[in-house]
Design a protein around this ligand. Structure first.
Ligand code: SAH
Ligand code: SF4
Ligand code: F3S
Length: 585
């Protein structure tokens, strides 16, 4: 087979971004070449999200366009990967016969063989000059899905296997360019990376597709996680974000570990009475989340920043808070979504905590970790869903009360979107009119916006360590280059908005608080170059490259920036030339 050109587009959350990176590494090793634009690609892959209807619609419209293109380009191979593939299953191929490959997030290890088959099939359909009907195309489709329950109910040995190998075989060559047609595109030293610690989710919040699309909660062996962090660090990474849907539930029981072919297998999550206090089994034959954090911190000292998303508000022990407090390179940042401020709604959502329990956690976390006098404030961000079935004005007011009480650094507000297959979809009518959802969304955003602005002001005059991710959006625009993630992918500049990589942020349903466009528009029209990056507390920080320094040598490093001006979530500061010169490469 010649070396097909692949265009891969990723939607959805960080989990998907990581999956795309792993898939791309695997395909690249097999000889596929990656291109920046769909035009001219022989294989087009969409790694999709299903968390809200709007996320799916974007993929449907892309597929509609490809159906037209494929009439002129019959050998084109189209693949739908990720959560939409898993949720919709073969119905997707029926609705969109343009799709040749369907691969759920739990089956990505099988993608190379599916693609290879699809590519050969397309070529032979053409060679035989068969006028393929839709039925032919469907029967030629290459499909790998978990199905409803396979990985949830299967034995450990059958379940983990090569999916774990996909993470283990991660390509970490630091300066590798994935794209030979555009050699500069990938040739940025990768300094920031995601590392998965837990797959899937066992919570079954009634609105959520993730337990169905990602399957059962499975914890990766700590040795695999630490080795991966070491490999990434050796390749130049200085910032790692650990990923899981409920990261604080991480727990690996060594006594129960299964080894296949010399490789310790990931382990199914199980509920345990962890409560809010120390895990009684910690330190024995169990690696808890607290143990994992402290081991990574101690065993991989060249990681300058360690963070994790997403935290579940329940079962978050003091042991984890102590570890964060006592380990300086763990960020004082928690993403811990409340979803609602009404106990009645939380119950209907099956979240498993009350508002007062949530607030108890927030107060406890601040008690341990909010130390502004030491220059280490705690930043908390959240997610809220408005317009859940039966939600009343009183429930919504309670949510506003919660936002005011918690004072999030930022909070993503989502309008409830009924998802087929979930309990809420089956049992609760989507009875809040869209106009009301919109109004609540806007109100919540306004409140959050004011709070973000107030909190940002507290940074005025402070000097923050900023991980420099790349040129600011306006700087990119000025240079008329497509937006790129220079730092390695934790945050991206997409579609005209600086976004924090998180489920739904580029989704119009998401009332996430973005860096306001007008804030980005100034300070860049002159001769200076504006860079952007993130503070330890996940604030977006903009600053100009000082004279005597170059943008290239600052990107991918952590530099001290003194904040001089703020606007909502955006902080604007100054880097002094001396420290720019001093910082090590
Ligand atoms: N595991 C994380 C959330 C992952 S999904 C947690 O439990 O906190 C990311 C966010 O999408 C959720 O926090 C929720 O706010 C939002 N979301 C999920 N399903 C949704 C739905 N059906 N409609 C609207 N928002 C939804
Ligand atoms: Fe979805 Fe709830 Fe799991 Fe988060 S914890 S992924 S919201 S089911
Ligand atoms: Fe899947 Fe992430 Fe979307 S888990 S549904 S891609 S938010």
């Amino acid at each position: 087979m010649s070396r097909p050109r692949v265009y891969l587009e990723t939607f959805g959350c960080q989990m998907n971004e990581l999956d795309s990176e792993l898939v791309a590494g695997q395909l690249h090793a097999l000889g596929y070449r990656f291109v920046d634009e769909p035009e001219g690609a022989q294989v087009i892959l969409y790694n999709t999200c299903s968390v809200r209807e709007h996320a799916e619609q974007k993929v449907w419209s892309r597929l509609g366009e490809l159906a037209i293109r494929k009439q002129d380009d019959p050998v084109l191979v189209v693949g739908v990967l990720g959560c939409l593939a898993e949720r919709d299953g073969v119905a997707l191929v029926k609705r969109m016969p343009v799709v040749d490959v369907l691969c759920g997030p739990g089956e990505l290890d099988k993608l190379p063989s599916l693609l290879d088959n699809a590519y050969r099939t397309r070529q032979s359909l053409l060679a035989d000059r068969v006028t393929a009907t839709d039925a032919d195309r469907r029967s030629a489709s290459q499909i790998a899905l978990q199905g409803n329950s396979s990985r949830r109910s299967a034995t450990l040995a059958a379940a983990q296997d090569s999916l774990e190998m996909l993470d283990l075989s991660r390509a970490t060559s630091p300066l590798e360019t994935m794209d030979e047609d555009h050699p500069s595109a990938g040739a940025v030293r990768k300094r920031s990376a995601y590392v998965r610690i837990t797959r899937g989710c066992n919570k079954f919040c009634t609105y959520c597709v993730v337990p169905f699309t990602r399957g059962a909660e499975v914890h990766r062996p700590p040795e695999h996680i630490i080795d991966e962090c070491k490999k990434l660090a050796d390749a130049g990474v200085i910032e790692i974000t650990l990923l899981g849907q409920t990261v604080n539930h991480y727990r690996f029981e060594h006594g129960a570990a299964v080894t296949i072919g010399g490789v310790v297998q990931p382990q199914k999550g199980r509920s345990y009475a962890g409560g809010h206090r120390r895990d009684p089994f910690a330190g024995l034959r169990v690696t808890t989340f607290a143990d994992l954090l402290s081991r990574i911190h101690e065993e991989v000292p060249s990681i300058e920043r360690l963070r994790f998303v997403t935290s579940y508000p329940r079962d978050f022990g003091d042991d984890v808070l102590e570890v964060i407090r006592d380990h300086p390179r763990i960020c004082r940042y928690l993403h811990v979504p409340a979803q609602s401020g009404s106990d009645r709604i939380l119950k209907l959502m099956n979240r498993g905590y009350t508002v007062s329990e949530y607030l108890e956690f927030i107060d406890r976390a601040r008690g341990f970790l909010h130390e502004p006098a030491k220059g280490r404030p705690l930043s908390i961000s959240g997610d809220i869903i408005v317009g859940f079935p039966t939600e009343s004005e009183a429930d919504f007011d309670a949510t506003i009360g919660l936002i005011e009480r918690v004072r999030y650094k930022n909070c993503f507000i989502f309008k409830y979107s009924p998802r087929p297959g979930t309990t809420a979809f089956d049992k609760l009518e989507d009875d809040v009119p869209d106009a009301i959802k919109r109004r609540w969304n806007n109100t919540a955003l306004d409140v959050q916006s004011r709070i973000s602005d107030e909190l940002s002001r507290e940074s005025l005059g402070r000097t923050l360590g900023v991980f420099v991710e790349g040129l600011s959006r306006m700087e990119e625009k000025k240079r008329e280059r497509p937006a790129k993630s220079c730092g390695g992918g934790v945050s991206l500049t997409i579609g005209g908005k600086v976004i924090h990589s998180h489920a739904g942020e580029e989704d119009e349903d998401a009332g996430g608080l973005m860096a306001p466009v007008e804030a980005l528009g100034e300070a860049v029209m002159g001769a200076t170059t504006q860079l952007s990056g993130r503070s330890d507390g996940d604030h977006i920080v903009f600053f100009d490259v000082p004279s005597g320094a170059s943008a290239d040598e600052l990107v991918g490093r952590i530099v001290p920036v003194t904040i001089e001006r703020v606007q909502r979530l955006s902080l604007f500061g100054r880097l002094d030339g001396a420290s720019a010169g001093r910082s090590k490469k």
